[in-house]
Design a protein around this ligand. Structure first.
Ligand SMILES: [Zn+2]
Length: 308
């Protein structure tokens, strides 16, 4: 981790995405859908701008969030991201060292708005009515709350491999207790679909083009993104990008993360290439709401307030 932090401290540019990433935007689906899209918010906080982006203002804080997307449909209810676990303090007791210090600090300071079960009930869904849950990646502030719900977890094999390495004592990035809880209920996600936006593989959750998952590695090996066409608001598209960027300035200004934030990326070069694609997409499609998982400003702009 320390070496990683020192290396990324020297990297302060995002590569030009070039022509290779300039793929065509896929066409609108013709299928009708009964999917309802909801913003569930589990915790709120404040994020130093200078940590989130390399050239951010040190004196400025931005509103941050731990949030999830709930999809309700007759074809199944799914929750993407669940914030941190209710007993995150207990889970962190066995995380030591410099990484542990940062994670302890990252876990503290959040104001809890609702547990995932409470937020789901407000949206009209009991935890037992979920088909499953999907983390954008297996870090504690996305996976922990999902594990509290006790339902199957759909995620890419690369992220399952990461959890298995942690359980075997040869990896890090997933809290050990969460890795152990995840593996018995993990279901590998197969990338059976074709290109979506600038990414070459996908998984269509409902088979109607409404909710399409795609691999977005870099922050972790099995990070994923979610492209959502909101059926109740034709023409409205969301792109949840997990922690590929922490704030929207990352894709608006092709700005790398600050050195501390970048220290949590498993592969900084790959993550930078993803930021470059997001920047290019934002240039081509400024109407598309790109949602960094923790930038509350972006969520509020897309939804107004939490709810369905
Ligand atoms: Zn996060």
């Amino acid at each position: 981790m320390l070496l990683s932090l020192l290396v990324v401290a020297c990297v302060h540019h995002i590569p030009d995405p070039g022509a290779a990433a300039a793929g065509a935007v896929d066409p609108e689906p013709s299928a009708t859908s009964d999917v309802t899209v909801c913003w569930l918010e589990f915790a709120t906080g404040s994020l130093p701008h200078g940590t989130a982006v390399a050239h951010g203002a040190l004196h400025k804080n931005v509103d941050s969030t731990q949030s999830g997307l709930l999809f309700k449909s007759s074809l199944g209810n799914w929750l993407v991201d669940g914030g941190q676990a209710a007993d995150v303090k207990a889970e962190l007791k066995d995380v030591k060292g410099l990484a542990g210090l940062f994670i302890h600090q990252a876990a503290a300071g959040w104001t809890v708005e609702a547990t995932p079960a409470q937020a789901l009930l407000r949206a009209g869904v009991a935890a037992g009515q979920l088909t499953g849950v999907i983390p954008t990646h297996a870090h504690f502030d996305h996976l922990g709350g999902l594990l509290d719900l006790g339902v199957p977890v759909l995620l890419p094999q690369a992220e399952i491999d990461l959890a298995q390495a942690v359980v075997a004592g040869s990896g890090f990035g997933v809290l050990p207790r969460e890795a152990a809880a995840l593996l018995p209920r993990a279901k590998p996600l197969a990338w059976t679909g074709g290109p979506v936006l600038y990414w070459d593989r996908s998984y269509d959750l409902y088979g109607d083009g409404t909710v399409v998952l795609f691999p977005l590695p870099g922050h972790t090996p099995g990070s994923l993104g979610v492209r959502v066409r909101v059926p109740s608001r034709p023409g409205t598209e969301l792109l949840l990008v997990g922690d590929t960027v922490w704030v929207r300035e990352g894709y608006e200004q092709r700005e790398p993360k600050g050195w501390l934030a970048a220290g949590f990326d498993a592969d900084g070069d790959v993550n930078d290439s993803q930021i470059a694609k997001l920047w290019q997409l934002h240039q081509a499609r400024p109407d598309l709401h790109i949602l960094p998982a923790h930038d509350r400003r972006a969520w509020a702009e897309a939804f107004g307030v939490p709810g369905c």
